[in-house]
Design a protein around this ligand. Sequence first.
Ligand code: ATP
Length: 305
Amino acid sequence: MTTTDTTAGTPAGGTGTTTELAVRVRGLRKRYGDKRAVDGLDLDIARGEIVAVLGPNGAGKTTTVEILEGYRERDEGDVRVLGEDPATAGRAWRARIGVVAQDSRDRAELTVVEEVRSTARYYPAPADPHEVIAAVGLAEKARTRVRALSGGQRRRLDVALGIVGRPELLFLDEPTTGFDPQARRTFWALVRGLREDGTTILLTTHDLHEAAFLADRVVVVRDGGVVATGTPDTLGRPEARTPVVSWTDPDGTHRSERTTTPTALVTRLASTAAGPGGEVADLRVTRPTLEDVYLGLVAPEEDDR
Ligand SMILES: Nc1ncnc2c1ncn2[C@@H]1O[C@H](COP(=O)(O)OP(=O)(O)OP(=O)(O)O)[C@@H](O)[C@H]1O
């Protein structure tokens, strides 16, 4: 495995002191039979940070998150979540975290407002259920039975149930699966609002736009370990961020070149590759997106194949 960033596990801007960390994981390991699902994973999340954990299917994200939530036992490693070990932490600790899991609990006969109210009762200082329902865009469905909601509406209800306790730390496991584009935007605004209120958020997602839009820091997991971490703008090696200039020569040959000085190249092309009228055909300067960088990080290495 290649580690592309020596700062792996250190939050951007964080001092790294334990008291300021919402999550601190060292050497986490979990096996299922012969399968090493999590294999020596380190992770720090500063208080108030939004961290997106990215990685291919089976990379170990859900296993890690479930260990942090106290829902799964680990084999090895040191784990602190809000200062406590999730394996032994009690109800008071649980009331400080919120969980939006991949699989929603099914209480289909309750209405939306009944479901949110009944969850709110578990918390010492919950938010107003109606405000939370409105915040996830379900106000018009407040009196609808859960079983009559669409898939995306049900997912919004999951989000409402995760935040009604006003958690200090919120786990969002693929929260916008099934959301339409507008609902996704509304949800993103909601998450940013939670961050402004000081909530720490651990988000797992396969939506690179979501990660780029929401996360202060992105952590890429592969084969049960962290392979890179950085802000959405700086993740990966600098080479992976190098712009590409592409164009078509007057003889019709399509060309492209990776360069850190695209302006200089375009200036040169204006005199060497321009056709009649002084235009360079099909000229484009593209900068790799977070998705391009991510795909480079999780691509199988030659010796893995
Ligand atoms: N309960 C289980 N029993 C056996 N193997 C499991 C179990 N849960 C997960 N695994 C295996 O552990 C590995 C990591 O799974 P995990 O669900 O943590 O990955 P993930 O990164 O969350 O994937 P996805 O993006 O598909 O949700 C996978 O190979 C998976 O098949």
